[in-house]
Design a protein around this ligand. Structure first.
Ligand SMILES: [Zn+2]
Length: 177
């Protein structure tokens, strides 16, 4: 999963999920680096409560881990809890997270273009009307769709998926080149 930075600067995984790799839980806590000790993440980064518990350890545990594992890449990464502010999302962040979590609903309501947006956002190829569409092609479809006027957009949306993709890639590549 690729982290996404929301307008407030909060980093989470797509759909407002915990920033830990492949964690399916919602981000419910915000961590921000507040001193010079420790390494990334800098933050604010959103995690689920379980990952905050597992990753952000007390100083003693952190020092022990550094002494034993530093530079060897052994074991899951941990951060010194004392160097981080750990709090609940503020009002702005909570609203952004709620917006992210409602993305599936928006994509479903949008129909075909929502299917392309979903592929772009989640960075994973998926079948659209039986045809496998990768993230780059889907991004071209979204870019073209959003750039077209209403009449051209309706014509493009009426095309079969293969043709939609072909037209989108051709036109967006021409625009970029
Ligand atoms: Zn998690």
């Amino acid at each position: 999963m690729m982290r996404k930075t929301l307008p407030s600067g909060l980093q989470v995984n797509p759909l407002g999920r915990c920033a830990d790799s492949f964690c399916p839980r919602d981000a419910t806590l915000v961590t921000t680096f507040i001193s010079k000790r420790g390494t990334s993440p800098v933050g604010p980064v959103g995690y689920c409560a379980l990952h905050v518990e597992a990753r952000f350890v007390d100083d003693e545990t952190y020092e022990w881990r550094l002494a034993n594992y530093a530079g060897h890449g052994v074991g899951p990464r941990v951060y010194p809890r004392s160097s981080y502010e750990i709090r609940e999302p503020n009002e702005v962040e909570a609203a952004e997270l709620a917006h992210e979590r409602a993305a599936e609903e928006r994509w479903t309501a949008e129909g075909r273009i929502g299917e392309y947006r979903r592929i772009v956002e989640l960075h994973s190829a998926s079948k659209v009307d039986g045809m496998l569409v990768d993230a780059l092609t889907a991004a071209a479809c979204v870019a073209l769709h959003d750039a077209l006027n209403e009449k051209s957009r309706a014509r493009w949306l009426a095309m079969p998926v293969a043709q939609q993709c072909e037209v989108a890639v051709r036109l967006t590549m021409r625009a970029a080149g």
